[in-house]
Design a protein around this ligand. Structure first.
Ligand code: KG4
Ligand code: ZN
Length: 370
């Protein structure tokens, strides 16, 4: 294809002519824009001081990575560079529409710019952080750095604004598996983490072993809908009381061995049963450890986050089983489970209120933890 000409434009965009009332309304709302680019989604969201989400744009690169069976870091960085301006423009337009304005929100009309600083792929994070710094400097507003894992936690506030610590939080994503005692906002005790693969990673690897494509989570959970979770007895690792660590690699190996054994024996695999039994092995452990942590800490409130929390069986299991024990269970809205900027905006909004700003010499931090 013919390359299109490079776009040249004034930057930062000058603010549109607005009436006095409109300008005052925009200023009063204290708009915080947030950028997320830690893995394979380029996302921009805009939130106001009261927590109204005025824009929530996500551009996913999944199709570019699918043929490789996983995220290729170099491709991720390049795709972020290609789309970030377009995603930004779409968000500025969406927010203007939400406020009933004709012209897009201009950078100078923002109160602050937030960005995911880490953890994630360093090359991918750098795109968002560098863009956010330039954008905030051009707009003349403060910069706010956000921890991606905290973003996954705060996604719950989009569903349940009155969620208040102390509570137990399970983080299950493509890169992380953690059980956390949230004692106060910002005060986290990680009770246990995975010793090897993350839960989402195990879903991706099992789907890959079956030749089903990437990402594996949605494919496996669709298959599991019609399967029998008790058909195959897969191992539940580190399933002892009081042990909050996780291990997924043994289960993954057991599934792969099962596939090889059945195939060698000439048996046709019953994919729904396999998927449902794999899910059951993963989620039984998640449930037991969450229940144990709730009992040990005395917390009466529980929430979950990360890409795997989009899984309908996991959501239902926690809501029903923990709910029966009088625990209030919160799950994020479905579109806030996998990576997005709305959850980053919610963290940035709260940091903005506290005046928790970053200096312009910050860098991406791929190894951040809670
Ligand atoms: O949070 P996320 O978008 O990225 C990280 O921060 O890692 O999580 C992506 C992970 C992938 O491994 C994907 O397979 C998994 O979340 N996932 C699911 C489902 N939807 C996405 N896992 C199980 N069931 C799902 N429905
Ligand atoms: Zn994530």
């Amino acid at each position: 294809p013919e390359p299109t000409a490079a776009a040249v434009r004034t930057w930062p965009q000058p603010a549109a002519e607005r009436g006095e009332e409109q300008a005052a309304e925009i200023a009063r709302r204290q708009l915080v824009l947030a950028i997320e680019s830690s893995c394979d989604e380029t996302a921009v969201a805009i939130i106001d001081a009261k927590g109204n989400m005025l824009a929530n744009q996500v551009s996913t690169q999944i199709d570019f990575h699918a043929r490789f069976g996983g995220v290729v870091p170099e491709i991720a960085s390049r795709k972020h560079v290609e789309v970030i301006v377009g995603v930004m423009d779409a968000a500025l337009e969406e927010a203007a529409e939400a406020l009933g304005l004709d012209a897009p929100i201009a950078p100078t009309e923002l109160a602050a710019v937030g960005v995911t600083q880490g953890p994630g792929l360093v090359g991918a994070l750098v795109v968002g952080v560098a863009f956010a710094k330039g954008f905030a400097a051009g707009a003349g507003c403060p910069l706010i750095c956000v921890n991606h894992l905290e973003g996954h936690l705060y996604a719950n506030l989009l569903a349940q604004p009155d969620l208040e610590p102390p509570f137990i939080f399970t983080l299950v994503s493509g890169g992380h598996t953690m059980l956390v005692h949230v004692k106060a906002w910002g005060d986290y005790e990680v009770l246990g983490e995975t010793l090897d693969d993350a839960v989402g990673e195990a879903f991706d690897k099992v789907a890959k072993a079956l030749g089903l494509g990437y990402p594996g989570g949605p494919i496996i959970s669709k298959l599991a809908e019609t399967g029998n979770p008790r058909a195959i007895d897969f191992p539940r690792a580190l399933n002892r009381r009081g042990d909050y660590r996780f291990s997924l690699s043994g289960l993954k190996t057991a599934v792969v061995s099962y596939i090889e054994h059945e195939t060698a024996a000439g048996n046709t695999l019953h994919l729904p049963d396999l998927a449902a039994s794999f899910e059951a092995a993963v989620f039984d452990v998640q449930y037991k450890k969450a229940k144990g942590a709730l009992r040990e800490t005395g917390c009466r409130e529980y929430c979950i986050g990360g890409g795997v929390s989009a899984n309908p069986h996991l959501r239902r299991m926690m809501i029903q089983k923990l709910g029966r024990q009088g625990i209030r269970v919160t799950v994020p809205p479905l579109n806030a489970c996998t990576d997005n900027a709305a959850m980053i905006a919610e963290v940035a909004r709260r940091k903005f209120k506290e005046g928790d700003f970053a200096s312009f010499d910050v860098d991406a931090d791929p190894n951040m933890t809670l």
